[in-house]
Design a protein around this ligand. Structure first.
Ligand code: FES
Length: 121
């Protein structure tokens, strides 16, 4: 997998997000209260709202437009809503954040959990 350095964990406020432009579109990189990081294509599965502007709570983000709640790990909307946004592999190594191209949905559904290296995750 081709990993691309995008900055440091401290570039993202706790319970916040920053966006990264990629050839595949804008990616939202989220930081939880526990300093975990997750990355999703920055489009809500409902009507494309900017998830990076949503409220992070636990491992979920609430879309700022109509309040759908999206699971940061799977990219899936929490019931009763139904939809999925693309997950982008992200890892921390020595305090640096790296992104990889999004995996195909089938691989995300059945593949192993994302590699997480370095401390604090
Ligand atoms: S666009 Fe996200 S909830 Fe409607």
């Amino acid at each position: 997998m081709d990993w691309t350095a995008i900055g440091t964990l401290n570039d993202i406020p706790p319970l916040g997000a920053r966006t990264v432009e990629t050839p595949l579109g804008q990616v939202a990189v989220f930081r939880t209260a526990e300093d975990e990081v997750f990355a999703l294509i920055n489009k809500c599965p409902h009507k494309g709202g900017p998830l990076s502007e949503g409220i992070v709570s636990g491992r979920k983000v609430a879309c700022p437009l109509h309040n759908w709640v999206i699971d940061l790990n799977s990219g899936e909307a929490v019931a009763p809503d139904n939809g999925c946004t693309t997950v982008v592999p992200v890892k921390i190594e020595d305090g640096l954040l790296y992104l990889a191209p999004p995996l195909p949905p089938v691989a995300m559904a059945t593949g192993p959990s994302l590699p997480r290296e370095g401390g604090g995750v």
